[in-house]
Design a binder for this molecule. Sequence first.
Ligand SMILES: OC[C@H]1O[C@H](O[C@H]2O[C@H](CO)[C@@H](O)[C@H](O)[C@H]2O)[C@H](O)[C@@H](O)[C@@H]1O
Length: 589
Amino acid sequence: MQATGQSTLQLQNASLLAPFLHEAQTARLFPDSKTLVDMPLAAPPKEVAAAYASLRLPDNEEQRRAVLQQFCRSWMLPVESDLRAVLPQSAAAPPPGWLPHISDPGIRQWAEALRRMWGVLCREATPDVLLHPDRHTLLLPARPCPFVIPGARFREQYYWDSLWSLRGMLVCGLVELAQGVVSNMLGLVEVHGFVPNGMRTYYLNRSQPPLLSQMVAALHAATPDDSQLLLRALPALLREHSYWSTAPKGVVLRASDGQTHQLSRYWADWSQPRPESYREDVSTAAGLPPAGAAALWRELASAAESGWDFSSRWLADGVSLNSCRTTQVVPADLNAFLYQMECNIAAFASELGQAELAASFEEHAQRRLAAMQALMWDVAGGQWRDLVLAAHGDTQTDAAAEGTAVATGAAAPAEITATAAATAAAANETCSAVTSFQQSTVVAASNWVPLYCGCTPAGSPDAELAVTSLQASGLLQAAGVAVSLNDTGQQWDWPNAWPPITCMLVEGCEAYGGMAGSKLAAALAQQYLATAHSAWGQSGRNYEKFDSRRQGAAGGGGEYECVDGFGWTNGAALVLLQRYGWRPAKELP
Ligand SMILES: OC[C@H]1O[C@H](O[C@H]2O[C@H](CO)[C@@H](O)[C@H](O)[C@H]2O)[C@H](O)[C@@H](O)[C@@H]1O
């Protein structure tokens, strides 16, 4: 785990309080496991830990729970007492030019309500977080700025959510707020070398889909006169790129023609239950020996790093969470994001006059693109497939701690033969090439994310094929785009439709898919607007995810109730409304 200064202190305290965390989470003190880890301490951690050590816990379950509850009341502060609501600068300014021109009064009112949500979701840390960081799990950069939370239980800034929130803020003219959100992330990279999953210390073991360079690009387009932005962002992006492209996240694959390719995967530096989902992870690993449980917990945390927590994409048997094998998957969307990051770094370097750096990142981008084309592009299926590395074997060893396959995963069919040990070697500094892997058969919306990232030229035969295959995929439903065809009960599977994915598909089809792509993009955009508007009209809610089959219905499944707020839902709606207007379509082309 990479941590320095303030966060080291915070993490040391987390380990001091680990016995309490275990007991309290196991006793189910709160319906949502995340509540406890977001509550500030009322006294210095050493004092709290000493008080806990002197506590006599009764054997009787109910009495034990009551004692733990009383302990929490005495030694902890209410959730959200580390935050205060703050109105972003320019929130009171008149709505941006495009918004008052929406002709339908009901839609105009909705757009106005969405715009006001940035004020509702904006937070800053209380002075106590800066004064006593060791009492808090809120993670701050050196010079923290106000930020936007997704909403409800997600009461901190998140990494990939921020792209759609940021773009929503920008179409509303909230430039200072957007600048602060990006500054927070750059500040975290400057200290930790990567952007954590979210701004809490328990997220420091992993990142999330790497979209910072896209946020910098969006902000740069909105503030072309800010000469400082790229100067600050470029070194941070270089650090982030290295975090994603070196082992254990970086892997080397050898194709059947002998050619080696460097790609990346999700890999969390964590082999314990996630503190924010402690009870859930303990229960998923029930019955496993300690080493097997530790390996599974890494796989679960790595799935959380993907943003797709959880999905059949990561499950060896396609349905059970205890077959999670995220680190054995080399994801198409992750590598597409990294391709885009490499292109953006090249463009920023070139703008700053750093020609050599620009050329080297153009080369990185071209190499990754060639690898994706050679290994992930499914010509017959017209989509980019995740790659599944052969399973490492049946148990966890020290090698597992270095990033090898999970214990519980069934071996992938060995279409391309090689030794399982090669998978393990992929994680090592020596970077021996993995030769045993195959394309995943899961039909997930992520298979078309490379279209959004420009992994094939606009209007090319491959791009047109991708649009046609998306139309035939079964993912496009009456009220939205399902993220996969597999009904597992997990939230990143059938029948859920997630705003960021829909937005990426719309923009990918529009930018690269020729005439057919543009038509589909416009129809998908209207479908999203119709369902988001209908949900708001029926319930006053802005759900984090939707049911792709029923207009205005919330999504479900997974380890927490569908929440309201919601950063990326509102951002995607505002961005699509500004781009496409309100033109309800009858059906998809
Ligand atoms: O508490 C469980 C998990 O919750 C988060 O994941 C979900 O919400 C995030 C915020 O909107 C979103 O970025 C992610 O895609 C969702 O699946 C969190 O990111 C996980 O790390 C956490 O374990």
